[in-house]
Design a protein around this ligand. Structure first.
Ligand code: SAM
Length: 279
């Protein structure tokens, strides 16, 4: 490709250079379709002055698409072989943009800071088994992120973007809503990955908003409790969290919530208000 993007032949070639057998537990499914890359970058709606954080650059498929669209890209990769290869791949295919790239070899879940300018946008094809915890950790760690566009399993995309009261609404939906407004931003079929995963994928965009008033950790604790026993009304589901069913009922009433409602009906602001009631 004239723009340096990686197609199937280039991906095969890079994998051969590393003698790479993609690791399932690290969610190593690499994009090999230039049109999908262009679509993801377009959907990210980057500004020229954006500093992009990419988690899991892998062989560099998305990285090569992001570099022309941003002022800098910081790529965090857990696999040392991939972290080492990436600067060379970029230097070969886009020598003009290589100066924009910083590669950090690290586990994104354990990240406690980043070198360089604070990132303003997260754009990533996330490793599937840790997609939600990685997304939440980075939104919490990096308040400079104003937008996130992530590619995740279709089912996870649906959960992240689900509004209160909808069937897919659950813990990931509420926690994501603490940080911003999430919406589905497109579907991506399994054929554009090597190796091909067993499920289709979806894009989710999240635009940061101010969190509701309240304490994040206390709010997340009541969210976890409310969804732990899905079919129960909140009075029963929150008995252990509150100390007793009566205490749960009192706190629900203090927050203006009907004790027979189920967690699926509450917004993140409702949960924050509930967490703030006196025990
Ligand atoms: N961005 C590349 C692409 O689109 O082709 C690769 C995406 S692949 C789905 C996920 C990548 O995340 C892999 O390169 C994998 O090694 C990396 N990875 C997995 N777990 C990680 C973690 N905890 N922190 C950072 N990178 C991780």
């Amino acid at each position: 490709h004239a723009d340096g993007l990686l197609g199937p032949a280039a991906i095969r070639d890079l994998a051969r250079q590393l003698d790479l057998r993609p690791t399932k537990s690290l969610g190593q499914n690499f994009l090999h379709d230039a049109n999908t890359i262009r679509r993801i970058v377009r959907t990210a709606e980057l500004r020229p002055d954006d500093v992009v954080l990419e988690v899991g650059p892998g062989l560099g498929s998305l990285t090569l698409g992001l570099l022309p669209a941003a002022t800098a890209v910081t790529a965090v990769e857990i696999d040392p072989r991939l972290a080492e290869l990436l600067p060379r791949t970029v230097a070969e295919r886009r020598p003009d943009l290589a100066g924009r790239l910083t590669v950090v070899e690290a586990d994104a879940l354990r990240l406690s800071g980043l070198p360089g300018r604070p990132p303003t946008a997260l754009v990533a094809n996330l490793p599937y088994n840790v997609a939600v915890p990685v997304l939440l950790h980075l939104l919490e760690l990096l308040p400079s992120l104003r937008r996130a566009l992530v590619l995740v399993q279709a089912e996870v995309a649906e959960r992240l973007a689900a509004p209160p009261g909808s069937p897919a609404y659950g813990v990931p939906s509420v926690k994501a809503a603490w940080y911003g407004r999430a919406h589905r931003a497109g579907n991506v079929g399994r054929r554009v990955f090597w190796p091909e995963p067993n499920v289709d994928s979806g894009l989710v965009a999240l635009d940061r908003t101010d969190p509701p008033p309240g304490d994040r950790a206390a709010t997340f604790a009541v969210v976890d409790a409310a969804f732990a026993t899905r079919r129960k009304g909140l009075r029963a589901a929150l008995a252990r969290w509150a100390g007793s069913p009566a205490a749960a009922e009192a706190r629900l009433r203090a927050a203006g919530i009907d004790p027979s409602t189920r967690g699926e009906q509450l917004s993140v602001a409702d949960f924050a208000r509930l967490a703030a009631t006196a025990p």
